[in-house]
Design a protein around this ligand. Structure first.
Ligand SMILES: Nc1ncnc2c1ncn2[C@@H]1O[C@H](COP(=O)(O)OP(=O)(O)O)[C@@H](O)[C@H]1O
Ligand SMILES: [Mg+2]
Length: 577
């Protein structure tokens, strides 16, 4: 194990700490298992020498009791050991999964921008699953099999040290090849997990894009892509299997040479009369009983290697630092009036700046529209206001306070966002609306829905507000979904509102009613409206025309029609269409 491997394993073990008593109990029970095996090997000698060879048949009545006694003791020990270690393993995995999930959520939008969700799913499900068997179980296997081997060794040497010493050529000889195999498996299983990540990604994309795929009739192409990824995954796994499957037979073959020599030498010694039959069989029993634990010890190495490979991938995510942090002395942004000042912002997702020297003042209660060609940076402005990203230069002040100086939680409490996606959770309609304010009463929820012009259609649904939406629930139209999102934002009751293409995905008819709902939502709030349809923003107090990250024109609709070159261009383009 290299240094980083040890570090990773140590980190895994830290998760085992809360369950140390369970694990200790399991370890104790594992000693019982080891003792039982040693007892069996030891009892072979009197069984043969006193009973079979010397013919003391009175002892025969004791044998069944001993067999049952040892088996029962071993069985109970083993049960206790397995039960407590398996539950510990699962508890540990639960903790790791929770940590990983919690940490992933704390990461910044930039991280989600560059990490496919299939990869993250594979981390939380597959990788953590691989670690399951290994974290605690390995400790017990090491102890149980280790102690079994030591106890059996002791029995063998006690019976006849010469024969036992000879036998021990076998064990070291099998360790070398096993170690090599273990290392190989680690490498292949790491790549195998990456390949599984791409299988998951393809699957996830196909399912979420199934409509597009069907519409373009590209099922065959997707199938081929899936088959290719799946094949790639198999090819990696095949190598893992190749080495994994080889490890046991190889050790068996290597050790058979040793066993042959030991048996041959032992028989000669018994023939010469320097050793009893019972002693010979006792040593052989000890060696045979060592076989299984030794094999398991070798396998443990593979388990550890796989766990480390999976652990490294999991901790890689856990080590990602959230890019957006609350400063140590972060204040709380109380309910603001809604004065927003974007002060000379320069920002890029990478080196290339997307916003250049962007300055804009929005007074409390104003409706300010951001328009401009797609890719101009409108959504980026909204993302900076919500602190999905921080600008490289400049600052955003709300009521005169730099938003980087206050807690993100208190900032977000002041902002509600409605965008084009109209994302709803697989939950009831009431809970989806309540997402904006979890402690809202049913009355609050219904009031918000009324203002969002959603109440009427919700009541017509089979279970009203308790109707489930999503995969297994009712299908809603785009306009209906959007009105639920608006109700959610109304309930949130934040002083600042961002509407990012909130009606773009809708047809004209649903747009009209959503527009009415939006007017209710905007009442008494400072609103930043992003829209490409100019019809929706004509009445804004101020319209800002953005192009390639720079403010080109500012004014009201009529002012811009008079003197706004770019605005006129956008305007003519739309009304010709
Ligand atoms: N997460 C991201 N990572 C990298 N580049 C991005 C990201 N989001 C947007 N961009 C780029 O930034 C530019 C502005 O995007 P955006 O603000 O979404 O434009 P708009 O909303 O005006 O259409 C585009 O060139 C886009 O490709
Ligand atoms: Mg946009």
């Amino acid at each position: 194990m290299n240094n980083s491997g040890i570090g990773t394993y140590r980190r895994l073990l830290r998760y085992a700490k809360p369950y140390k008593w369970r694990i200790a109990l399991s370890m104790l029970a594992s000693l019982g298992v080891a003792a039982s095996d040693a007892a069996i090997a030891r009892l072979v000698q009197p069984f043969i020498d006193n009973l079979i060879v010397a013919g003391d048949w009175a002892l025969a009545h004791l044998v069944p009791a001993m067999i049952i006694g040892v088996a029962t003791f071993k069985g109970v020990s083993r049960y206790i050991q397995e039960y407590f270690i398996k539950t510990s393993g699962q508890l540990i995995i639960q903790d790791i999964r929770n940590d990983l999930f919690g940490h992933t959520m704390s990461l910044s939008m930039r991280f989600f921008g560059r990490t496919p969700s299939g990869t993250l799913m594979s981390r939380v499900l597959n990788d953590v699953g691989i670690m399951q068997s290994s974290v605690a179980e390995v400790l017990v296997i090491l102890l149980r099999e280790g102690v079994t081997i030591v106890a059996l060794t002791f029995v063998a040497f006690y019976m006849d040290w010469k024969l036992a010493a000879l036998a021990f050529i076998v064990i070291p000889a099998s360790i070398g090849p096993a170690a090599v195999i273990g290392r190989k498996i680690k490498n292949y299983s790491k790549q195998g997990q990456i390949a599984m990540g791409s299988v998951t990604t393809v699957l996830e994309q196909t399912l979420s894009g199934i409509k597009v795929i069907k519409a373009f009739g590209s099922e065959e192409r997707e199938r081929a892509r899936f088959i290719t990824e799946n094949r790639r995954f198999y090819n990696f796994l095949r190598k893992v299997f190749k080495y994994d499957a080889a490890s046991s037979p190889m050790i068996e073959i290597i050790s058979s040479f040793g066993v042959a020599i030991v048996v041959w030498y032992g028989l000669i010694r018994v023939g010469a009369g320097t050793m009893t039959q019972g002693e010979l069989f006792s040593v052989i029993a000890a060696i045979l009983l060592m076989y299984a634990p030794a094999k398991r010890l070798v396998k443990v190495n593979n388990i550890i290697q796989q766990a480390i490979a999976a652990g490294e991938r999991v901790f890689e995510v856990m080590e990602q630092k959230p890019e957006i942090n609350d400063p140590q002395d972060a204040g709380k942004l109380e309910k603001v009036r809604g004065d927003i000042f974007f002060e000379r912002l320069t920002f890029g997702y990478d080196e290339e700046p997307i916003l250049r020297d962007f300055t804009l003042h929005v007074s409390p209660g104003e409706i300010v529209a951001l328009v401009g060609p797609s890719g101009a940076g409108k959504t980026t402005v909204a993302g900076l206001l919500t602190r999905f990203y921080d600008p490289q230069q400049g600052a955003i002040l709300i009521d005169g306070v730099d938003i980087r100086k206050v807690t993100q939680e208190s900032l977000k409490a002041n902002i509600a966002l409605v965008d084009q996606e109209s994302f709803l959770f697989n939950d009831t309609i009431a809970n989806n609306i309540r997402f904006g304010r979890p402690d809202a009463t049913d009355n609050d929820v219904e009031e918000a829905a009324r203002l969002a012009f959603a109440d009427v259609f919700i009541r017509l649904l089979p279970e009203g507000y308790d109707t489930r939406i999503g995969d297994r629930g009712v299908r809603l139209s785009g306009g209906q979904r959007q009105r639920i999102c608006i109700a959610r934002a109304i309930l949130r009751n934040a002083p600042i509102l961002i509407l990012d293409e909130a009606t773009s995905a809708l047809d004209t008819e649903s747009e009209t009613i959503v527009q009415k709902a939006l007017i209710n939502l905007m009442k008494g709030r400072t609103t930043l409206v992003i829209a490409h349809r100019l019809s929706t923003i004509m009445h804004a107090d101020k319209i800002v025309v953005l192009e390639r990250g720079e403010v080109r024109e500012i004014g009201t609709h009529s002012e811009l029609l008079e003197r706004g070159e770019l605005y006129n261009k956008l305007y003519t383009m739309q009304f010709q269409a």
